[in-house]
Design a protein around this ligand. Structure first.
Ligand code: EZ4
Ligand code: CO
Length: 402
């Protein structure tokens, strides 16, 4: 029997911080898992090093489901982003190993190919409507068939999703940047730039928008109704999802499709959203929702209710997660779309990935396993740097959801 012989946790900052787990078997096969939780990286690194690695050594790497159950149920304290990210890293690395042992790409282990490629959307943004329109034009020239549009709200400081220079990186400060927020200004302005995008470019591509948890249910209902003629592919995270019931109010007022899930970690967090058809797309990801094993379980539940997938794919999800996501997306019947922000060159010096972009789609490649390698020597040149996501405050100084 093959055994897990070694489990190493790497923390490095090639362009941004990433936590990476590498498992090595007694047969010398290695598997990679992403364990990055933006702004809380070291909590997951410690969870793995101090509490999971000692449990893995000498286990049979073939028993993915049993190891998943052991780490989830066996912890007693289950769920939550730190735990589920740690479990995800182990699970992802075990699927990578299983693929290499079988000599098959992971999508083959998940039932094989359901589609030729994985439709992606990327992020256009601007400091005003004119610069947003220029950016949308640029993404259309690059071949994207789906584009998310965000612009800075006048008088509301640094709005979510607006790129400075060539790279969007919200976790840019060693302590959280505090940014002002005005719901009134956003509700007045955001519909106008979405309309401007449709006026200028028409309807021959998918248009998306991320509200990023900033509205109450009735405000989100008003927003969704107001932008119906823009025929959005989705409005994302219109209101925080701790209370799944909140989405019923939004549904009662608008046909704008809803996507939720990037911050959610388990099937229980999305259970009512899915079974009561309160959303159209579920955005849980490999890294934050317990790995390929648990994500597949969520996606299969979603399929019963005609909810499609739309996995989170910002640059704080490492190339290991992106590759794993593309393998899952290639196989599942109810795939919807995949978020994709290309990683910077430093990141790709450390993670070599088979994933390729072509004509608005990502392709997984046919190397056994996930098709990603981690260059630990290259990673040594990029030591960890403390970085936090911003915090939003309303104009009266009170804390709002960022
Ligand atoms: O703010 O991944 O849809 N994408 C997003 C992301 C999240 C970051 C947080 O770490 O909302 O940009
Ligand atoms: Co989002």
């Amino acid at each position: 029997m093959s055994k897990i012989e070694r489990a190493e946790v790497f923390v490095a900052s090639p362009g941004r911080n990433f936590v990476t787990l590498r498992l090595t078997t007694s047969d010398g096969v290695t598997g990679l898992g992403d364990a990055t939780l933006n702004g809380r990286e070291l909590a997951v690194a410690s969870y793995l090093r101090d509490h999971v690695v000692p449990l893995l050594v000498d286990r049979d790497p073939a028993n993915i489901e049993d190891i998943w159950q052991y780490l989830y149920r066996g912890a007693y304290w289950r769920r939550g982003p730190v735990t589920m990210t740690a479990v995800a890293a182990v699970d992802t690395a075990l699927w990578d190993i299983k693929g290499k042992v079988a000599g098959l790409p992971v999508y083959q282990l998940l039932g094989g190919r359901s589609r030729d490629g994985v439709l992606v959307y990327s992020h256009a943004s601007g400091t005003d409507t004119a610069s947003l329109l220029d950016d949308v034009a640029r993404f259309r020239d690059l071949g994207y068939k789906a584009i998310r549009a965000q612009a800075a709200v006048p008088d509301a400081g640094a709005s979510y999703g607006v790129r400075k220079g060539t790279v969007y990186e919200p976790a840019a400060h060693s302590l959280p940047d505090e940014q002002p927020w005005s719901t009134e200004a956003y509700l007045d302005f955001a519909p106008t730039y979405l309309e401007a995008v449709r006026d200028r470019f028409g309807f021959g591509f998918h248009l998306l928008h991320d509200v990023h948890h900033r509205l109450t249910p009735i405000e989100a209902a008003r927003f969704g109704k107001r932008v119906e003629d823009c025929r959005l592919f989705w409005m994302e995270d219109p209101t925080p999802a701790e209370n799944q019931e909140a989405f019923r109010l939004i549904r009662q007022h608008t046909t704008t499709p809803v996507a939720v899930g990037e911050t959610l970690s388990s099937i229980w967090d999305v259970q009512h959203l899915i079974t009561e058809q309160l959303i159209d797309y579920v955005r849980t990801t490999v890294v934050h929702a317990g790995g390929i094993t648990h994500l597949r379980r969520i996606f299969d539940l979603a399929a019963l209710y005609q909810v499609r997938t739309g996995s989170h794919g910002a640059t704080d999800l490492s190339p290991v997660t992106l590759a794993a996501a593309v393998h899952v997306d290639t196989a599942v019947p109810n795939f919807g779309i995949q978020e994709y922000m290309p990683h910077v060159a430093e990141t790709m010096e450390v993670f070599r990935s088979e994933v390729r972009f072509e004509d608005g789609m990502l392709h997984a490649g046919d190397e056994p396993g996930l098709g990603v390698e981690y260059d630990e020597k290259a990673a040594e040149r990029f030591p960890y740097e403390p970085r936090y996501l911003p915090v939003a405050r309303r104009l009266d100084g009170s804390v709002h959801d960022w």
